[in-house]
Design a protein around this ligand. Structure first.
Ligand SMILES: O=c1ccn([C@@H]2O[C@H](COP(=O)(O)OP(=O)(O)O[C@H]3O[C@H](CO)[C@H](O)[C@H](O)[C@H]3O)[C@@H](O)[C@H]2O)c(=O)[nH]1
Length: 320
């Protein structure tokens, strides 16, 4: 049994990873300021500390075996409108966390990075060797933290793994996706299916893809969680391993809407609107490195299964 600090463990991915750590028999402390997470998202059995990552020094001591760092501001649009918030929360906050880890002698870190570090890809599937040229402040701040972690590994022997997620989806029992306001495709399509929004707006159908809509690599949040536990085992002192996490296959916006129709059996009004600024046409991962270095194999790659788990969570949250 090991003891881990999970920052952002009241949020979507953090809560699912915390639940997996507990199920694997580990001890978990969640540090979350509840700015976007929910108290009830913290899994039963985890210790909860309400606070910012800048306060990690008050929580961390030598009894911790590692940190899994999810706490971040993560809305792409907001990051462009309010960049200082992103540099402060994501970069300055991570710097404080990493300093606190060193002071406490906690030398293992798994960091929640993102496909947004690559920006518009030169080719797909995207490998970790691809050029990193983020097209928004969110991606730029996550990339900056990746660089910070690399230098900390080299200078001070941190054992670190960054996991670059593609489009996280699905749910794990009581833990699922809840953003306010919602901006992600699958939860928005559910809102249309539930009659809580008039329609789903498809952001552009004139992209160079077979049906003209954007293609993304959707990955089940529980598969993502598996990778975090494997990363804790794979982390080596003085090394910073960066791995993409995706299924390696893409689905268009129309294909996602069709999947939601199949899974829910509901009608979904669709309106094609203009492109959303900054959306690349196709983002698909090469996760070869995660397969090779972590021994990770996604167990739930089927889109309808991913959507079905997310739908079950949504129905439970909405009480119907
Ligand atoms: O109402 C909507 C919402 C989304 N989309 C489309 O659906 C696809 C998926 O959009 P999401 O907003 O769900 O996801 P993104 O691919 O934009 O975002 C992902 O990549 C981002 C970086 O590029 C961030 O990392 C983000 O957290 C992550 O979910 C995109 O083509 C988008 O244009 C629509 O057509 N209509």
């Amino acid at each position: 049994m090991s003891k881990y600090l999970v920052t952002g463990g009241a949020g979507y991915v953090g809560s699912v990873v915390a639940a997996h750590l507990l199920e694997a028999g580990h001890q978990v402390t969640v540090l979350d300021d509840l700015s976007t997470g929910f108290r009830e998202g913290v899994p039963a059995g985890a210790e909860f500390v309400e606070g910012r990552i800048q306060e990690a020094g008050k929580v961390l001591d030598g009894s911790f075996d590692g940190v899994l760092h999810f706490a971040a501001s993560s809305q792409v649009g907001e990051s462009v409108a309010d960049p200082e918030k992103y540099w402060r929360n994501n970069v300055a906050g991570s710097l404080e966390l990493i300093s606190a880890m060193r002071a406490a002698g906690v030398r293992t870190l798994v960091f929640s990075s993102t496909a947004a570090t690559y920006g518009e890809p030169e080719s797909v599937p995207i490998a970790e060797t691809a050029r990193t040229a983020p097209t928004n402040t969110y991606g730029a701040t996550k990339l900056a933290v990746d660089h910070l972690i690399t230098s900390e590994a080299v200078a001070h022997g941190l054992a670190a793994v960054s996991l670059r997620y593609f489009n996280v989806a699905g749910a794990y029992g009581a833990y699922g996706e809840r953003h306010d306001p919602e901006s992600h495709l699958i939860p928005l399509v559910f809102q249309a299916a539930l009659g809580r929004r008039e329609h789903i707006a498809v952001y552009g159908d004139d992209y160079p893809t077979p049906d003209g809509t954007c293609i993304r690599d959707y990955i089940h949040v529980a598969d993502l969680a598996d990778a975090h536990l494997l990363a804790l085992d794979a982390a080596k002192p003085g090394e910073h391993l960066i791995c993409n996490l995706g299924n390696g296959s893409g689905f268009s916006v129309h294909e996602v809407i069709e999947s939601v129709k199949r899974v829910t059996g509901r009608e979904i009004p669709v309106v094609v609107s203009g492109r959303r600024a900054g959306d690349p046409a196709v983002l698909v991962a090469s996760a070869e490195r995660a397969h090779r270095e972590l021994g990770w194999v996604p167990r739930r790659p089927n889109l309808d299964d991913i959507v079905a788990d997310a739908w079950k969570f949504t129905l439970e949250k909405n009480g119907r």
